[in-house]
Write a protein that binds this ligand. Structure first.
Ligand code: SF4
Length: 377
């Protein structure tokens, strides 16, 4: 019975765990285990989309997705250093079909023709699964296209197989600057001496490294864990860039958690730690709508002349628009959105930071004279 499930899982989405990533597991079912060990829940999940972001529908030629006006996604391999159980591209990665330079030709031609594309993201499969020789051929070819200003490598290697980042590799990559690396750490236990060394080698070669994390149930849906992850990333010179809500991917819905959980985490980060450690929290809209930022509700009220908002400590402040007449009525009605939910999303009475309390200096009416004493005659 278990063998049948294992075979079905392997057929649905191949398993690959390398010895390094395996060594990070501390106990069965821990946050590292959950990311890499196949789970029967993948087969039970018949909801969700095979291609939640509609990448294939937005693919004008094989291996290119052209969703945003001035940038394109370029898939150069179907292989990854590990097959993450939550992957959005389960349909694309994991099979052993190699992509040859010949098959990439239509993609290069498309990029050459579309002069509006100034930013190319090479992504997963993982471009650092290519040999140095093959990767250099692709980078060289991209650099012959004058309108391509920047190249981004979307690679999970610094996290899952940091030994792939070698002096020879970074010496080669830096010849094709400006190159950026977007990597993918989800949990502080993934930050090890090996991954630290890999990220520092990239940074020392002048390659800015950013991180794209995914919010996942029982893996990192906790403000303390996220704060530790993001502050540790900064220490290894990796900038937390995006935190994604998990996509509605078939076979990965058991990783999803609530939007309120994400908003709560963001509220507990902003102001409580360096702004550099606070990523953009986004939903990659199903159906190909692109990344849409979501924020806890900081603006409590807005009218023509002023904005009433709360800070990270839940204290209320008023900011006047530049055009506001200083002699206008200074009584500001604060009518919080119905249910006073504060995050604009849930309507369940929570104020978006996990608390149902009103801000401690909350007033139904705020007198601007109290808030700006310098205006008193
Ligand atoms: S490395 Fe990226 S593309 Fe590859 S399996 Fe993991 S999430 Fe998917």
């Amino acid at each position: 019975m278990e063998i049948i499930i294992a075979e079905n899982l392997d057929e649905f989405f191949q398993a690959r765990i390398n010895p390094y990533y395996l060594s990070l597991i501390r106990y069965p079912g821990d946050p590292i285990w959950k990311q890499c060990v196949p789970d029967k829940a993948e087969l039970d999940d018949i909801e969700g989309f095979e291609d939640p972001l509609q990448e294939d529908a937005m693919s004008p030629v094989p291996n290119i997705t052209h969703r945003y006006p001035d940038r394109a996604l370029f898939l150069t391999t179907s292989q990854c250093g590990m097959y993450c159980r939550f992957c959005t591209r389960k349909r694309k990665v994991g099979n052993s079909d190699k992509i040859s330079m010949k098959e990439l030709e239509s993609a290069f031609k498309y990029l050459e023709k579309h002069t509006e594309i100034r930013d190319v993201v090479m992504s997963g499969g993982d471009p650092l699964m290519l040999t140095d020789t093959m990767l250099e051929k692709i980078l060289k070819r991209l650099r012959q296209i004058p309108h391509i200003e920047i190249i981004r490598l979307g690679s999970k290697m610094p996290c899952v197989l940091p030994q792939r980042i070698t002096p020879k590799l970074v010496e080669m990559i830096k010849k094709y600057h400006p190159i950026y690396v977007n990597t993918h750490f989800n949990h502080p236990w993934e930050i090890t001496p090996e991954s630290t060394k890999a990220c520092e080698m990239l940074a020392n070669a002048g390659i800015p490294v950013s991180n794209q994390a995914v919010l996942m149930k029982d893996i990192n849906d906790n403000a303390e864990v996220m704060k530790e992850l993001f502050t540790k990333l900064l220490k290894i010179r990796v900038r937390p860039y995006y935190l994604y809500m998990a996509d509605e991917t078939r076979g990965a819905n058991h990783f999803r958690t609530s939007l309120d959980k994400g908003l709560d985490i963001m509220f507990k980060l902003r102001g409580h730690t360096s702004g550099l450690a606070v990523p953009h929290f986004v939903i990659d809209a199903p159906g190909g709508g692109g990344k849409i930022p979501v924020l806890p509700q900081y603006v409590l009220h807005r009218d023509e002349d002023r904005i009433v908002m709360r800070n990270y400590k839940n204290e209320v402040f008023v900011y006047r628009e530049a055009h506001a007449d200083i002699n206008t009525d200074t009584k500001v009605p604060i009518e919080l959105i119905s249910n006073n939910n504060g995050n604009g999303h849930n309507g369940n009475g929570s104020n978006g930071n996990g608390s149902t309390k009103k801000p401690k200096n909350y007033k139904e009416k705020v007198d601007l004279q109290d808030l700006f004493p310098m205006n008193k005659n």
